[in-house]
Design a binder for this molecule. Structure first.
Ligand SMILES: [Zn+2]
Length: 479
C-alpha cells in the first residue's frame, strides 16, 4: 500500500509543480479589457433635452463636457464580468436588460466559443446634469422627460463599450488599493442624521502583463450634482474631472462606480477650499466640481500606486431578483401617468422588481475583492453601519439591517450604487419616518421618504445580499 501511495503523492506534487510552472510560464490567470463610448445627447436630435435630477422643465442649452459610458471587463475561471459606469441620472432595469441581451447577441454572432455568457453590470453615476432617462423631470409634472431616441442611443452605446471591452480582453495584472484621507468626508454634506459617509476610495487597476495600462475601476460615494438646479449645460459633473484626470495620469480607461449616495451625500453645501483663493469654491460652479473630481482622482492614483498586486484567478457574478412593495404614492402616480414609458411595470401584487448582485474576485481560493451591487441610493449606514434609533421613527422596533460591508470578508469592499436599476432611496427601516412626530423632534419632516419605494426596500435588499454573500457557487470551469 505504501509503495502505491508514494507514486500517487509524486504525481500530485508533480501536478502542483506543473500548475505553478504553467502559471509562471503562461503568465496571469486573469484577463482584462476596457473601452469607452461617448453618450452626449444631441440637443436637436435628442431634444428638447430635459435635464434630470432637480425640478421639471430644465431644458439643456449647451454642452460643457461630453458624457461617456466606460467599461472594464475581467475574465477568469470561465466567467467574464464587464462593469460599466455611465454618465446618467439612472437607468431602469428594463434598459439594462436590453443592454445585456444586445451584448450577448453581438458576442454570440462573432464567437464560436462555448464560454459562459458574460455578466454585464451597468451602474449610472447618478449625474444630475444629464438628459432625463427615467422620465421624472419632463416639461411639467405628470409629463415624461424621456426621449426614447436618447435612451436607445445610450443602450446602443453602452452595449458598444461593453462588447469592445470584452473583445479587448488580454492577460492582465490586477492591483487593488484603497485610501480614506479624512478630507474626502469634507467634500460631502449630509443633511439628515445620522451623519455617516461611506467615503473611502477603492481602486482596481489592470495592466497588461508587461505593465501597459488597460483600465481602472474607482468606487467612491457622492451625488454628482455640484452644478445644482440652475445649470443648463450638459456635464458629467465631478466624475468628468475624476475620470479625465485618472485617464491622464494612469492612462487606460477610468470607470467610475458611484457608491452609497443616499441620505443625503451631496457636494451641495460642502465647503471645498480653492487653493488659488484659500476660500471655498463658489457653490454650483464648475470649479467646485473640478476640485472634487481632481482630489478624488489624486487619492485614487495614490491608492493604485500603493496597492497590492493580487494573483487573481477567478471572478464570480451572482444576482437575484427581489420584489419590494411600493408604498410611495408619488411613485404609484408616476407609473400610472406612464412617466417611465412602459418601464418599471408593477408586479401583480403592486410591488417593484429589482436586481441585487455580488461580484467577487478570487485569488488562490480567497476572495480579495467583493462588490455589492445595489439597485438604488443606499443610505451609507446600511453599508458601513451606524443606523440610529431616534424618537419619532415610524418603526421603532424594526430590526436593524446587517451593514453590507460588514457581511463581506475580502480586504477590498465596494458598494456599487444604482447598479443595474434605480429604485430611489434605500432607507434603514428603523429610520423610516413618514408620519409626525419627526425623527429627533424635528419641526418638519426630513427629506428622503418622498424618493423611496418604501420601508421594505432596505430589509429586503440587505437580506438578499446576505444570502448572496454567504453562498459560493462552483467555479464554472470546474464543472
Ligand atoms: Zn439622488
Amino acid at each position: 500500500m505504501v509503495g502505491l501511495r508514494v507514486p500517487g503523492m509524486r504525481l500530485m506534487l508533480l501536478a502542483a509543480f506543473a500548475s505553478t510552472l504553467s502559471a509562471q510560464l503562461l503568465g496571469p490567470q486573469i484577463r482584462a479589457g476596457a473601452a469607452r463610448t461617448e453618450i452626449t445627447p444631441d440637443l436637436k436630435k435628442h431634444g428638447p433635452v430635459y435635464m434630470a435630477g432637480f425640478g421639471n422643465n430644465r431644458v439643456a442649452t449647451g454642452i460643457h463636457d461630453n458624457l461617456y459610458a466606460r467599461c472594464l471587463a475581467l475574465s477568469a475561471g470561465g466567467q467574464t464580468v464587464v462593469l460599466c459606469g455611465v454618465d446618467s441620472i439612472g437607468l431602469f432595469a428594463d434598459d439594462v436588460e436590453k443592454i445585456r441581451a444586445e451584448v450577448r447577441k453581438q458576442l454570440a454572432a462573432k464567437s464560436k466559443s462555448k464560454a459562459k455568457d458574460p455578466a454585464v453590470v451597468v451602474a449610472a453615476t447618478h449625474d444630475h446634469e444629464a438628459e432625463d432617462t427615467m422620465g421624472l423631470w419632463g416639461p411639467a409634472q405628470g409629463t415624461s422627460g424621456i426621449n426614447e431616441a436618447y435612451n436607445s442611443f445610450v443602450i446602443a452605446r453602452v452595449t458598444e463599450a461593453a462588447v469592445d471591452a470584452i473583445r479587448h480582453l488580454q492577460p492582465a495584472i490586477v492591483t487593488l488599493g484603497q485610501a480614506h484621507p479624512s478630507d474626502l468626508d469634507t467634500l460631502i454634506d449630509d443633511d439628515r442624521p445620522p451623519e455617516v459617509h461611506d467615503a473611502g476610495v477603492i481602486v482596481l487597476k489592470a495592466t497588461t502583463a508587461k505593465g501597459k495600462p488597460i483600465g481602472t475601476l474607482v468606487n467612491w460615494a457622492n451625488h454628482p450634482e455640484t452644478l445644482g438646479s440652475k445649470n443648463t449645460l450638459i456635464t458629467a459633473d465631478y466624475p468628468h474631472y475624476l475620470c479625465t484626470e485618472l485617464e491622464q495620469r494612469l492612462d487606460g480607461v477610468a470607470v467610475f462606480l458611484n457608491g452609497a449616495v443616499g441620505g443625503m451625500q451631496s457636494p451641495l453645501g460642502a465647503k471645498v477650499p480653492d487653493p488659488a483663493t484659500k476660500r471655498p469654491a463658489p457653490e454650483n460652479s464648475f470649479l467646485k466640481a473640478e476640485l472634487i473630481g481632481r482630489r478624488v482622482a489624486e487619492v485614487a492614483v495614490g491608492a493604485a500606486l500603493n496597492g497590492q498586486t493580487v494573483p487573481a484567478d477567478r471572478i464570480e457574478f451572482q444576482e437575484s431578483r427581489i420584489t419590494i412593495p411600493i408604498s410611495n404614492k408619488g411613485f404609484q402616480l408616476a407609473a400610472q401617468a406612464d412617466l417611465y414609458k412602459g418601464r418599471k411595470k408593477m408586479t401583480p401584487d403592486g410591488g417593484t422588481s429589482a436586481p441585487v448582485g455580488v461580484v467577487r474576485l478570487w485569488a488562490r481560493g480567497k476572495a480579495v475583492l467583493e462588490a455589492a451591487l445595489v439597485p438604488g441610493e443606499l443610505y451609507p449606514e446600511l453599508s458601513v453601519g451606524g443606523v440610529e434609533r431616534y424618537s419619532g421613527a415610524d418603526f421603532p422596533d424594526a430590526p436593524i439591517e446587517p451593514p453590507i460591508k460588514k457581511m463581506m470578508s475580502a480586504e477590498f469592499k465596494m458598494l456599487v450604487g444604482l447598479a443595474d436599476d434605480e429604485i430611489g432611496y434605500i432607507i434603514p427601516k428603523a429610520e423610516w419616518d413618514e408620519t409626525a412626530p419627526w425623527l429627533k423632534n424635528a419641526p418638519q419632516a426630513w427629506y428622503g421618504e418622498v424618493n423611496s419605494v418604501g420601508p421594505e426596500a432596505a430589509p429586503r435588499i440587505a437580506a438578499a445580499l446576505e444570502q448572496l454573500l454567504k453562498s459560493v457557487p462552483p467555479n464554472p470551469k470546474a464543472n
